[in-house]
Each structure stands twice: as C-alpha cells, then as structure tokens.
Design a protein around this ligand. Structure first.
Ligand SMILES: [Zn+2]
Ligand SMILES: [Zn+2]
Length: 113
C-alpha cells in the first residue's frame, strides 16, 4: 500500500517536472547582434546615386533624408536596400542586419566553406 502511494507520488512529480520544464523553452542559439568587421563593411558595394537608375531607392532609412544625385550610397547585396555610405557604415559597426528589413547583411554561414 505504501509502496503504491510512493510510486503514485513519483509519477505525479515526474509529470509535474515534465510540464514545468516544457513551459520554459530555451531559445535556440541566441545570436548576439554584433557589428560587422570594418573589412566586410568596406567590401560592400557603394554606388553614386542616380535618381533615374535607382528609382526604388528614395530615401535613406537611417537619416530619413531623400537621396539626391551624386550621393554615395551603399546597397546591401542580399536585400537591395540602400543607404548613405556614412549612415550605413556607422550602423553596421554595431549591427549585422539591414536597418530596413533586418535581413542579414552578409551571407549566411555555409557560403564561405
Ligand atoms: Zn542617410
Ligand atoms: Zn534590407
């Protein structure tokens, strides 16, 4: 009788533990948002803005100024968003994602192998 009670309590405890551990899921591989290496930032393409050629780039999402012909912009290769070089360089020194869409600026892991 006592043994059965102990087993019952053990089973109850197990179930409780399983439920409480399931309610606090650990985030998988939290990646800290670190800035990019100066070398990587410099290797991103920069172009001189031309309103006719870059019609889809209207303004810099960082400083919210409209681009004017001759502005030097850096276009992120993966998402195609463009920003002033000085604006985006400052941003990328402490972030590794696009300031507009939060997409990864550099190629995902695996491409360099
Ligand atoms: Zn800007
Ligand atoms: Zn983007």
């Amino acid at each position: 009788m006592i043994v059965r009670l102990v087993l019952w309590l053990a089973a109850l405890f197990d179930r409780h533990m399983a439920r409480s551990s399931a309610s606090t899921p650990q985030p998988p591989n939290p990646l800290p948002d670190q800035g990019l290496d100066e070398m990587i930032i410099c290797s991103l393409p920069s172009v001189s803005y031309n309103a006719e050629a870059d019609a889809r780039l209207a303004e810099c999402a960082i400083c919210l100024m409209e681009f004017v012909d001759g502005d030097v912009t850096r276009v992120l290769p993966h998402c195609g968003h463009g920003f002033h070089v000085s604006c985006v360089d400052r941003w990328l020194r402490c972030h590794s994602s696009c300031p507009s869409c939060r997409g990864s600026v550099v190629a995902e892991e695996g491409c360099y192998k």
